[in-house]
Unconditional design. Sequence first.
Length: 341
Amino acid sequence: MLVFRTLNPAHVINTRLQAIITLMLLAGLCLALSAISAAADPERWQAEGWNTDFSKSSIDFADIMSGGPPKDGIPPIDDPAFLPVFEVSGLDAKEPVMSVVIDGKARAYPLRIMIWHEIVNDTLAGRSISVTYCPLCNAAIVFDRTVEGSETSFGTTGKLRNSDLVMYDRETESWWQQFTGEAITGSRTGTKLEIIPSRLESWQSFHGRFPDGEVLTPNNPGLRDYGRNPYAGYDSSAVPFLYRGAMPEGIAPLSYVVVVRDGLTPLAISLDRLRREGKIDKDGMEIEWLPGVRSVLDTSNIENGREIGSVSVTRDGAIIAHELTFAFVVRAFLPQTAIQK
C-alpha cells in the first residue's frame, strides 16, 4: 500500500519560504528584517486576533519576527492518523523519523510530514503529548501537553524567535518557545513543559526495532507535497533564515550539534566530532553516532538527501532526551555552553 504520494510542487504553496525569499529579493535582507521588526508590537498582534496577555513576558518583543504564515497557517495535526508498520510503504529506508516510545508503545513521525505541520497533538499510551519539529533549527522535541494539571493542545503562531518556532497553547494563547519548552509571553509566562525523550532515526531502523509500532500518515495526502523539502539546501547555507543573534565562534552556524540538557550543565558536541569518534562516554551517558540517516533539509526530494547520520543518547540503556540541532541554536539559547568540536 502506498501511503505517501508526491504532487507537482506547482500546486503547493510554501508560505514561509516564499515570504522569506520575496522579502530578500524585493528589499534585501536588511530592509526585510527592519520591516519584520516593526511588526513586533503587541497592539499589532492583538489586532490580528490574539487573546494573549502580553502584559506578562520574559522576552524582548523585538526578538519576535514574522515567519510569513498567520496563526496556524502552518497547520498542526490535531487528529493524527496512524498505520501499522507492516502496512506502510513509500518511505525511503534512510529518511528520518521522530520515534517516541511510552510504556512499550512505539510511534514514528516521519519528518516528511512534520516539516509541513511542525506540531502533532497526540495521545500515546494514555499520555497527552505534542510532537514538534522546527525545520529552521532542526529541533525535534516531544512535550507532555498537560500544563498545570490541565490538558491543552498547541498550535503555530507564525512567529519566530532566534529562527525557532513559537507555539501557542489553545487554553490561554500564551506563546511558547519550542526549543526551550518555556512560555515566553502570556498568562503562563515562565511555565516549562516536560520533555519526553525521543530520537531521530531512519525509517529502516524504526521498522526493525518496532515491527509492531505505528507510523503517522497524512490525513489528506493531497494537502501538502509530502516527500518534498520546501527548505532545499538550507543546512548547507552560510547563515540561518530570519536570525539576528550572535553567531557561534569557530564553527559554521548551520553545523549539526547534539545537545543534551539532562543535567545542570548542558552538553553540546558537534556531529563531526561524534562521527570521528563514534561514541563518547560522558557522565554515565553513552552518546553514539548512528549511520544511515539522511538530512531532511538538503535536497528538494527528501529521498535524495545526503547522509548525515543521527545520534543515540542513553544511560543504562534508557534513552535520554536530546536534540540534533544547529550550532547557531546553541549560541542563541545556551550561550554559556561551549560546543565541543
